[in-house]
Design a protein. Structure first.
Length: 245
């Protein structure tokens, strides 16, 4: 899985840089992508000086907190590759409330992409899928899922024991050129089947449908165990139904 992502990352970044001079990527936190970030951190020949890294979502906790996504991504990937500081675009949690952080992040996105009236177009967005079908911090039944105007939103999980979040919204995700889901573990098998087979279109992960881009599902054998041809590691979709790769 990591090798596939890295190969795609290399191709996508090279093409983006040739076309416009930089490569933009939005990364997810959590435990699942750590294996990828660790492997990416050894790829020093990738064009890091022309790569701009954003986050898909963030918990509203200080940077020093172990639950902070940027803290993890910084330690596992960004520091080891010595990416220029001006190329890193975290979601600030120093504001007084998640909504204030979301407003600031949206302003940062619009400024960098010069997107005053349209959503930014990321070259690549990496996402995960939660056991409840959430992706980024777009949780089922929450207001952020319905957001169509703003690029970033405050998100409060229905489970009140979890931290409040800031997340990019579907207008941003579905405007990307490439979106990749990384999913591992048997606990995700049921929800993966529901998302890929279209059994529940109300799940946030099922609402990821790039309007003019490619969508990949990268699964380990356990996560894909309930799918037909379950030993396949990757499903892709470019409009219409997923294809096995």
């Amino acid at each position: 899985m990591a090798d596939f992502v890295i190969a795609q990352w290399k191709t996508i970044s090279e093409n983006a840089i040739k076309r416009k001079g930089y490569f933009s990527v939005a990364l997810s936190g959590g435990k699942t992508p750590v294996f990828l970030y660790n492997k990416l951190s050894h790829k020093r020949t990738l064009p890091w000086n022309k790569t701009h890294v954003f986050l898909t979502d963030e918990r509203f906790v200080p940077y020093e907190d172990e639950k902070n996504n940027f803290h993890m991504i910084n330690n596992t990937l960004l520091d080891p590759v010595s990416i220029p500081k001006e190329n890193v675009h975290p979601i600030s949690t120093a504001e007084d409330a998640p909504r204030s952080s979301a407003i600031k992040y949206e302003r940062d996105l619009r400024s960098f992409f010069r997107a005053n009236t349209t959503p930014p177009r990321f070259d690549l967005i990496l996402l995960g899928i939660g056991e409840d079908g959430h992706t980024a911090s777009l949780f089922p039944g929450t207001q952020a899922v319905k957001e169509k105007k703003h690029l970033a939103a405050a998100a409060a999980p229905l489970d009140k024991t979890k931290n409040e979040r800031i997340t990019i919204t579907f207008p941003v995700i579905n405007n990307a050129e490439n979106v990749m889901f990384l999913v591992t573990g048997s606990s995700k098998a049921k929800i993966v089947k529901e998302v890929i087979d279209g059994e529940n279109n109300l799940l946030p992960a099922a609402m990821v449908e790039p309007e003019n881009g490619r969508l990949f599902f990268l699964l380990d054998e356990s996560a894909g165990s309930l799918l037909a041809g379950s030993k396949q590691a990757c499903h892709s979709r470019e409009g219409g139904n997923p294809e096995k790769m």
